[in-house]
Design a protein around this ligand. Structure first.
Ligand SMILES: Nc1ncnc2c1ncn2[C@@H]1O[C@H](COP(=O)(O)OP(=O)(O)O)[C@@H](O)[C@H]1O
Ligand SMILES: [Mg+2]
Length: 375
């Protein structure tokens, strides 16, 4: 990728075939009076080796979309190609064939109560011609990687929810699928285990050119993604390529203040921003202090607090993609509010001198800011 390319216009040039390619995907549940369309005109391409995170409010259609990609439902309208197979009009048998190349990690992990963790993985391997040695070694190796070495011969009833979830993940990985579809895979896991699982998935993606699509609300794992898709009200509304400067550029461009700034200037600003983390409860800025930084939230949320007559009042919250701190820089005034991290927070920070450079490098940007703040 050309590093000076505008973040807004990155063209993904790949000679390889996409692992997922859909166009005009619609889907409805029910018929007649009770028919309810839950997917509307979805389009997407995902390439081998990519980790894509799909977020969005509950009920927006994420799971339905994932089950269509996974050949678990028939396509109603639009075209869907997965791992080179056109799923449209495919027979149940054909869909089943496609599914054997996909690793599923779904919320209800459906482990057989009668099988140990080891047996669960070994059973998943039965469809394929493995050697006896592989049948013995592979489940053990994967369960060890997932931190279940000591639990290998336990049945689900003897495992915690998080451990059961890791068995389900192991089952999805054991046949080295080219595509892994995961629905909230880290929801039942604590922070460290969640990260560990994500690291294993990342390793798979990079080493085996495996495509991984994860539905999640867990913003602790957003940085594992190459791309973040957001679904709202039945379709994908944004598709962000995640390399820091690109994410920053995209975020900045979406805000009113920066929307007319040239992509080159934004890309320049993005490169100057540093990632800083805060813990829940930390104060990022304090009302009244001198402002010398501009902030853009990458992950987590903050609370805006205003001090009126000695009383701290919450006046709102900000989340990923939102920014703060520009007012004091523009007007050379003290901070107008206090900003407190509500959860572990990651922000990109741009120092004042760089911020000023951006402002002065573009007349249209200066004009825009004047319009926003001085009229
Ligand atoms: N089997 C089903 N029958 C009828 N409606 C369904 C079914 N599954 C999901 N829906 C509806 O489809 C919409 C999208 O659901 P879903 O894909 O599960 O969303 P998400 O995973 O984003 O929460 C919701 O309104 C949900 O109630
Ligand atoms: Mg869901």
């Amino acid at each position: 990728m050309n590093p000076s390319a505008s973040p807004a216009f990155v063209i993904r040039e790949k000679a390889v075939q996409p692992s997922i390619e859909m166009k005009g995907i619609n889907y409805a549940f029910g018929e007649g009076e009770s028919r309810k369309q839950v997917l509307f005109d979805n389009r997407l391409q995902v390439f081998p080796g990519e980790i894509v995170i799909l977020t969005g409010p509950s009920g927006s259609g994420k799971t339905t979309l994932l089950t269509l990609i996974g050949a678990l439902r028939s396509i109603q309208e639009g075209s869907m190609k997965v791992l080179g197979h056109d799923l449209g009009g495919m027979s149940a048998r054909g869909l089943q064939e496609v599914r054997t190349n996909i690793g599923f990690i779904f919320q209800a992990h459906n482990l057989f109560e009668s099988l140990t963790a080891f047996q669960t993985l070994a059973l998943a391997m039965q469809l394929y011609p493995y050697s006896g040695k592989e049948l013995k070694e592979r489940p053990a190796a994967i369960l060890t990687e997932l931190g279940l070495k000591d639990r290998m011969h336990y049945k689900p009833e003897k495992l915690s929810g998080g451990q059961q979830q890791r068995v389900a993940i192991g089952r999805a990985l054991v046949n080295h699928p080219k595509l892994i579809l995961a629905d909230e895979p880290t929801a039942a896991l604590d922070k460290d285990t969640g990260r560990q699982v994500v690291q294993i998935l990342q390793k798979r993606a990079k080493e085996e050119d495996c495509t991984i699509m994860i539905v999640t609300h867990d913003n602790r794992i957003l940085d594992a993604a190459d791309r973040i898709l957001k679904m709202v009200d039945r379709y994908i509304v944004s598709d962000v390529v995640v390399s820091d400067s690109i994410v920053i550029g995209e975020f900045l461009r979406k805000s009113r203040v920066f929307k007319d700034v040239s992509p080159t200037v934004l890309a320049g600003a993005a490169k100057e921003m540093k990632l800083v983390t805060y813990s829940a409860g930390d104060f990022v800025i304090q009302q009244g202090e001198r402002g010398d930084k501009f902030f853009l939230i990458r992950a987590g949320t903050v609370e805006i607090l205003k001090d009126t007559k000695g009383q701290l009042r919450s006046v709102g919250t900000l989340g990923p993609g939102d920014f703060f701190g520009e007012l004091a820089l523009l007007r050379d005034e003290p901070r107008a509010a206090t900003i407190k991290a509500l959860e572990p927070l990651e922000v990109f920070i741009l120092p004042k001198d760089k911020f000023d450079e951006v402002v002065h490098s573009s007349t249209s940007f200066g004009e825009q800011l004047k319009k926003e703040y001085f009229t």
